[in-house]
Design a protein. Structure first.
Length: 144
């Protein structure tokens, strides 16, 4: 029986870069970085001899976890959102244009176009995808 939602986690190649972007640019608060090692890490993750560094960030009613494996992870993902298993984080924003420009200046890259949506089946909004500096897909969503 599910009793609640705990956190969302992403593997990143540069933990410090992830923490900086998500705290400085997206307003999350960090609890520091910890290293985890031992047989239990390999058992939980299924990665032999895993040694990880972990950061937990909180903000906007959500708990984000970022994990860096000892080897620094792989290159930024090239997968697009249509591939099974690829996820994204959707953030509600005010002033889409300013938020978009600020995140691009901080190292995010454009994945999709910021698009005004006027669909009778849903409320009017503006939305678009970008990638944070570690490759995590972020959807920006502005109502109205």
């Amino acid at each position: 029986m599910i009793i609640g939602f705990n956190h969302t986690s992403f593997t990143v190649p540069d933990l410090e870069k992830a923490v900086r972007f998500w705290t400085d640019e997206l307003g999350f608060e960090g609890q520091g970085i910890v290293e985890r090692r031992g047989a239990w890490v390999a058992k939980v993750t299924g990665v032999p001899d895993a040694r990880i560094r972990v950061a937990h960030l909180h903000g906007h009613g959500h708990h984000m976890e970022f994990i860096e494996y000892a080897e620094g992870g792989r290159d930024n993902p090239a997968d697009l959102p249509d591939k099974p298993g690829v996820g994204h984080v959707c953030l509600d924003v005010e002033d889409m244009d300013d938020t978009f420009r600020r995140l691009i200046a901080a190292g995010a890259t454009v994945l999709g176009e910021m698009t005004s949506i006027r669909d009778p089946a849903m409320a009017a909004c503006t939305a678009g995808y970008l990638r944070d500096p570690n490759g995590i897909i972020i959807e920006l969503f502005e109502r109205g």
